[in-house]
Design a binder for this molecule. Sequence first.
Ligand code: ADP
Ligand code: ZN
Length: 606
Amino acid sequence: MSNTALDILRHTFGYDAFRGQQQAIIDELVAGRDALVIMPTGGGKSLCYQIPALIRDGVGVVISPLIALMQDQVEALHQLGIRAGFLNSSQDWQTQQAVIQQLQQGQLDLLYIAPERLIQPHCLQLLQQIPVALFAIDEAHCVSQWGHDFRADYLSLDLLQREFPAVPRIALTATADDRTRQEIIERLQLAQARHFIAGFDRPNIQYRIDNKNQVRRQLLQFIRNEHLNDAGIVYCLSRKRVEETAAFLSDQGLTALPYHAGLPQALRQHNQQRFLREDSIIMVATIAFGMGIDKPDVRFVAHIDMPKSLESYYQETGRAGRDGAPATAWMAYGLQDAIQLRQMLDASDGSDEHKRVERYRLDAMLGLCEITSCRRQALLHYFGDQAADHCGNCDTCLNPVDTWDGTVAAQKALSCIFRTGQRFGVAHLIDVLRGKPTEKIQQHRHDTLSTFGIGDELDEKQWRSVFRQLVARGFVGVDTAGFGALTLQEKSRPLLRGETALRLRHEPADVPRQRYRSNKQQKALQNDQDRALWQALRDCRRELADEHGIPPYRVFSDVTLMGILETRPQNLASMLAISGIGDVKLEHFGQAFLDVVREFDRDRRA
Ligand code: ADP
Ligand code: ZN
């Protein structure tokens, strides 16, 4: 049995080994038993039902709420030579009839279908009449009434067990808190299912958080240095910022498109389509963008404003690198982010309980920004996962942060807040500390305070860093009136009295960029030759994609392209060893890429 699965993995999908628990999950279904699979995005969930559907008799029925993705998913299977179809409300009657006929004649191995469609009596009747290999319930967290993605139709899916008791079912999701998991088991009648629960880690994503100073310039530098010609998403907090940032990047010669809920539907649609179909578009967006976007080759996600929680941060950064190739999650964060989010939270209405939860979430987010240990470890711990101390692929691992004894500086800052009556913002407080005789200081006679001029051992930037860390760590609050005045929190008392010490982060001076060259570049794109070949391979991929009317990543993924670059195959047979090249793709696309490599080698010799 396992041999068959491995054969299909190699010949049809072009991969040489199963990942994680894939094999065990496949075996379970092939044996006719149910499974519950919780695996992070990019973990390889699809193979877990696609391969058993090919092995078992009959059609594998995949239930998914994401109608917009079905066509693409089915096209991808066609590219591999797999007989697949879909049924949903976007098709006309004739097309639907044709699919139904294919089903009746046993010509489909996989059928994608929306839940509301599946539960219609005539559809169930149809499926009763033909052999069904399995039911795969994708995005299974949609049964959870507490989640954001709840779909009422998912609640009816418990009928599958009653109507098709002999057909194995597999439920899959990347959302994994305990409550959701319990709801899936209960509502989908999966008490008998074996559980396959993988961790949350996304090892190919490099997590980095920089200090914000001139954020657009920093963003531009990040893209130019590390992700030129790559597809990426830049998240901003407001619509205005989306438009300004997209315009700025476009002025700098990049292809950046805006996306937010305030744009006309048609334009949004158009921009999204270009992002999906073209090779190197940067989408500048509010959080309105991303749900149901299944683009595997997003190479970076940048946040130029801080998200409100680690939940949002992890979900948004998780859209990078679904194909498993190296990707970067980069964020710029500064004092103003900490102040603004604290302010917004305090001023928001909502019950005390709600605010308490939100405050906890915000603290965790700010905590991630300020830690001096491994970012990945902190993220995974937050989500209840185990993690090593040192991941080697985040900024603090790659470029360890020093700390310094900030006790005295913090005391000076705190007493300055106190002496000025807890009515002033950071800029003024720093002027007082540094003894700057500004008009405002004279007006309020702050030059007579004992804290005037006691802090000239630090420059302005360093003081901002001190204040940022005090706000982020909850020693200092922000007024809710909207003027950004800093106030003392209960927590600061022992610090002011000298009963506790405080260590602060040293702001790393501008880190040498080479440190952060993404793994992709470290591995292969080290010299001009490699870069030229990479470009040639990408051009070839785009031409083939245009010719076939599919997105470039459907021809070959970045991982596969990198495999070609690294092995420089000299004949078709040796191409089969590259990950992602199976029999059918080799036949369709192999020769074209072989020609590119050969021509390149010839030019180099000449
Ligand atoms: P998920 O649905 O869990 O987000 P996918 O099923 O889309 O993940 O798989 C993510 C990527 O990993 C895809 O490009 C897929 O082809 C690839 N992949 C899956 N399984 C393997 C494997 N065993 N070996 C190599 N690549 C794999
Ligand atoms: Zn790390």
